[in-house]
Design a protein around this ligand. Structure first.
Ligand code: FAD
Ligand code: UQ1
Length: 416
């Protein structure tokens, strides 16, 4: 089989941040990137596309243009990982051998996990910012709304960017106000979880945002069925309240679904997965708990923090440091990831709550000197203008490790 020093599975945000640096450091054709998609998407921009604030064309570039020229692109899906023989098998059956493996395949959207959703989505008012296939439908269908219920859902599974399910509710609220129909439309957020956001500082802020925009927040409501023809969504009530176990059916004119998400089968069914199906790595070093020549980054990893590109950026520098140490036999101390993640909660045009925290401790780690739980036009600019540019020009090239470098002078008294 073909053979590489390092094989990286996945050419998304994390996989490219790692492979760009490694391929330059290790030399041409020592690093292969296994990536089935000919198009690379900047997914954080999808929220803005759904809200009509950015064009879809800004969200993607050809994979051939974002992969480092020093890396070998294998344009196929990985189908199997065999850590005992240091090989992976591709979808066409070819085997590829590695000395070191980095798994960065992301997380799978499970539209089939909700009854009726697969046939309903993309038509009759049902859309999702989570998929490039349906993100443009969000804005199209929002513009068609004249009255009735607009529903926004968040599932019980782990998801990437756990704030995205509610961001689009605030953008919809603003659109309905601009059209002068807000008094005829109810904006309802339904989450399977018991809180609007995991970290209290930002949960308090978002509860106040929802209250002030008249967005109803329905906790412990898990979407289980969509009847696309009748335009009705059915929720199962979770938690331990009086309605627990009951189902509630709500008619809608517009439905934004955050699909349940799950680890890809080729990872889940491999020897490198934990019980939940994520790649079982040390939460500090990102090295596999059983196979020392395997690392993982981003949404497919077991790292117990909130899954975002911001987290993958911080993880990428730790992974590269530790893997290059190992390859070169240097005895430098291991770098440790502290759980840093960030969720820019856009709440309207020029308004945004910029959550930044450690998923390991729950402590905020804010980059700037002002209170980022407050809606701010500057935070909007950072997220809508600066970060997309940083993503293409720096993160994918392996030179963005997250905002720690800015925090040093912009908020020097903040921890970390
Ligand atoms: P991805 O970037 O998803 O890349 C995974 C790659 O693996 C893909 O290219 C995929 O094609 C490839 N792959 C899949 N299967 C295989 C296989 N079998 N073999 C090989 N390759 C495979 N993050 C933020 O930081 N800020 C935000 O504001 C933000 N907003 C978001 C809004 C939305 C609507 C969405 C959907 C996401 C948002 N995110 C945000 C999350 C962010 O996009 C992800 O957390 C980030 O992309 C994770 O990087 P990754 O490399 O782990 O996975
Ligand atoms: C970030 O570093 C990052 O990676 C490029 C994102 O993805 C687009 C983000 O959304 C965020 C919020 C960060 C964190 C950076 C700052 C300046 C808060």
């Amino acid at each position: 089989p073909s053979s590489y020093k390092v094989v990286v599975i996945g050419g998304g945000a994390g996989g490219l941040a790692v492979s760009s640096t490694l391929s330059k450091q290790l030399g041409k054709n020592e690093v292969a990137v296994v990536e089935p998609s000919a198009t690379h998407y900047q997914q954080p921009l999808f929220t803005f596309v759904g809200g009509g604030l950015k064009s879809f064309e800004e969200t993607y570039r050809p994979t051939s243009e974002v992969i480092a020229p020093e890396a070998q692109w294998i344009n196929q899906a990985a189908a199997q990982i065999d850590p005992d023989s240091n090989t992976i098998t591709l979808a066409d059956g070819t085997k590829v051998a590695y000395e070191y493996l980095v798994v960065a395949a992301g997380i799978e959207l499970d539209f089939a996990g909700i009854k009726g959703l697969k046939s309903a989505i993309g038509k009759n008012g049902v859309a999702s910012n989570y998929s490039p296939q349906y993100v443009q439908k969000t804005f199209e269908f929002l513009q068609n709304v004249k009255e009735g219920n607009a529903l926004f859902t968040m599932p019980a599974t782990p998801v990437k960017c756990a704030g995205a399910p509610q961001k689009i509710a605030y953008l919809a609220d603003e659109l309905f106000r601009e059209k002068g129909i807000r008094d005829k439309v109810a904006v309802n957020y339904y989450t399977a979880l018991g809180k609007i956001f995991a970290i209290d500082k930002y949960a308090n802020a978002m509860n106040e945002v929802a209250r002030s925009r008249d967005v109803s927040v329905n906790l412990f409501h898990d979407l289980i069925e969509v009847d696309g023809a009748a335009k009705r969504a059915t929720f199962k009530v979770l938690g331990s309240g009086p309605q627990t176990g009951e189902t509630v059916t709500v008619p809608y004119e517009f439905l934004h679904v955050t699909p349940p998400m799950k680890p890809f089968d080729f990872i889940k069914n491999s020897d490198i997965a934990n019980a939940a199906g994520f790649v079982d790595v040390d939460k500090g070093t990102l090295q596999h708990t059983k196979y020392p020549n395997i690392y993982s980054i981003g949404d497919c990893s077991s790292l117990p923090t909130s899954k975002t590109a911001a987290a993958a950026a911080a993880q990428s520098s730790v992974l590269k440091h530790n893997l290059l140490n190992q390859i070169r036999g240097t005895n430098a101390p291991a770098a440790e990831y502290n759980g840093y993640t960030s969720c820019p909660l856009v709440t309207g045009k020029n308004k945004l709550v910029l959550a930044e925290f450690s998923g390991y401790t729950g402590a905020p780690h804010e980059t700037f000197f002002f209170n980022q739980a407050k809606e701010h036009a500057f935070s909007y600019w950072v997220t809508a203008e600066a970060l997309p540019a940083i993503y293409w020009s720096s993160m994918l090239k392996g030179t963005w490790d997250g905002p720690a470098v800015i925090r040093k002078f912009a908020n020097p008294t903040s921890a970390n």
